[in-house]
Design a protein around this ligand. Structure first.
Ligand SMILES: Cc1cc2nc3c(=O)[nH]c(=O)nc-3n(C[C@H](O)[C@H](O)[C@H](O)COP(=O)(O)OP(=O)(O)OC[C@H]3O[C@@H](n4cnc5c(N)ncnc54)[C@H](O)[C@@H]3O)c2cc1C
Length: 398
């Protein structure tokens, strides 16, 4: 039997659950489903979400963002007050940055239950196998087949989005824009609980960085993301992370008594937003749309904000026939510029980072005054001017 819905949301991560709640609150018959048997588990995340005022600073044109990133107290395990950037030779650059470190599993479950409370039907262990152009959804669940159809589908199914693939090639991420990541959750560490650390260098994390995010009570998320195309050899991901944890001269002493509680691996899309994030009956949101700050891999704020925009735009489409292109216009107005800038920062870093010595010199020359804006998805005026000029010169000769 095929069940019909106004809206079907594929994926109950932060983007999907938020979008499902918004449309369900407006009274639409809504289905949200996820292939996982428990929402948010396994946790594949550093669990850092900027506090609302910090998010407002990151995305100054966004009206929605500060509310979107609000996390109820009971899901916050720690609060950090600064970020420290560390060069390959150990020079440290620290600046204030306030963030909530959250229990991501519990937070994702809370978001999904809010969608359910608003009237959405939530199905677990249910995977989208195929979507037809008419929005017929072929689903596979553990015990049964439960196909569905919907006026609009919201694709919130992450970096390898099946919904995006069903729309065609230019809706998907290119392989070299995907950053494989690995993370250990560790206990009994000697880490400053108020500081998030980011370590750079080609030998540490080519095309990415390693992070230490304090979860509170001596527990930390220690992880790294890289890009294979920028690596010198085929060194396995696990070797990079073990080298960082046990042999990095600045990190190893802080983790010498620590024990690994769990290991996770996942993919972060860092190629910037997809060329197009909508069709006549679909919108893509969150990682599925490439809504990740390419320079730091953070995607929870844009997933939450984009989910709200997707919910509103889809509602307007069903009620008043507003074209779904409005969704793309709105997210671009809200956070498009910052995502573009983050991508430019990554491209500049790609030229420098493969070499440890060049990375070290550049970071020391730049200093905190230039490095801080880069982390905040902003280009310092001089770099902005230089990178625009460089792009102009290159395009003239192409
Ligand atoms: C190691 C790591 C650390 C990170 N740390 C941070 C951080 O500290 N802060 C930050 O802001 N961001 C971080 N990110 C990025 C962040 O986790 C994502 O940007 C965010 O989860 C995006 O939310 P989403 O809802 O779009 O996708 P997801 O959270 O990935 O949710 C997608 C959901 O879709 C489901 N799904 C996929 N395919 C199907 C299918 N075919 N059928 C049904 N369901 C499907 C999945 O099971 C999943 O539940 C990190 C990412 C990684 C990998």
């Amino acid at each position: 039997m095929v069940r019909s819905f106004d809206v079907a949301v594929v994926g109950a991560g932060p983007a999907g659950s938020t979008a499902a709640r918004v449309v369900a609150e407006k009274g639409f018959k809504t289905l949200v489903f996820d292939r996982r048997s428990t929402i948010g588990i396994p946790i594949q995340c550093g669990e850092l979400i900027p506090i609302p005022s910090e998010a407002a600073n990151l995305f100054p044109r966004s009206k929605i963002m500060p509310n979107a990133v609000h996390v109820p107290k009971k899901f916050i395990t720690n609060k950090t007050t600064s970020i420290r950037l560390v060069s390959p030779n150990g020079a440290a650059f620290e600046f204030p940055f306030e963030a909530n470190i959250v229990d991501r599993g519990a937070f994702d479950q809370y978001l999904a239950h809010r969608a359910e409370d608003a009237g959405a039907e939530l199905l677990l262990s249910t995977k989208l196998v195929h979507r037809s152009n008419m929005n017929e959804l072929f689903l596979k669940s553990r015990n049964s087949k439960s196909d569905a159809s919907a006026k609009v589908v919201i694709g919130a199914d992450g970096a390898h989005s099946e919904v995006a693939q069903s729309l065609g090639n230019h809706y998907t991420h290119r392989e070299h824009d995907l950053s494989p990541s690995l993370q250990f959750v560790m206990e009994n560490t000697d880490i400053d609980p108020s500081v998030v650390e980011m370590y750079f260098g080609g030998s540490i994390a080519p095309g990415g960085y390693s992070w230490i995010i304090p979860k509170g009570d001596g527990n930390v998320n220690v992880g790294f993301g890289m890009r294979r195309v920028l690596a010198k050899d085929e060194t396995p991901l696990r070797t990079y992370l073990e080298r960082f944890v046990y042999r990095n001269p600045h990190v190893a002493p802080m983790l010498k008594n620590a024990r690994i509680l769990s290991r996770i691996g996942a993919i972060i899309p860092v190629g910037g937003p997809l060329q197009r994030t909508w069709s006549s009956n679909v919108v893509l949101v969150g990682d599925a749309a490439g809504h990740v700050m390419a320079s730091n891999g953070g995607g929870i704020p844009t997933a939450l904000c984009g989910g709200t925009i997707a919910g509103d735009s889809v509602s307007d489409h069903i009620v008043a026939g507003t074209p779904l292109s409005q969704y793309e216009k709105t997210w671009k107005d809200e956070f498009g510029l910052e995502l573009d800038t983050a991508l430019r920062v990554l491209r500049i870093a790609d030229m420098v980072m493969p070499s440890d010595s060049v990375t070290d010199i550049c970071m020391r020359l730049a200093g905190v005054r230039f490095l801080e804006p880069l982390i905040r998805c902003r280009l310092p005026p001089l770099v902005d001017f230089a990178s625009k000029t460089l792009v102009k010169v290159i395009t003239q000769f192409m």
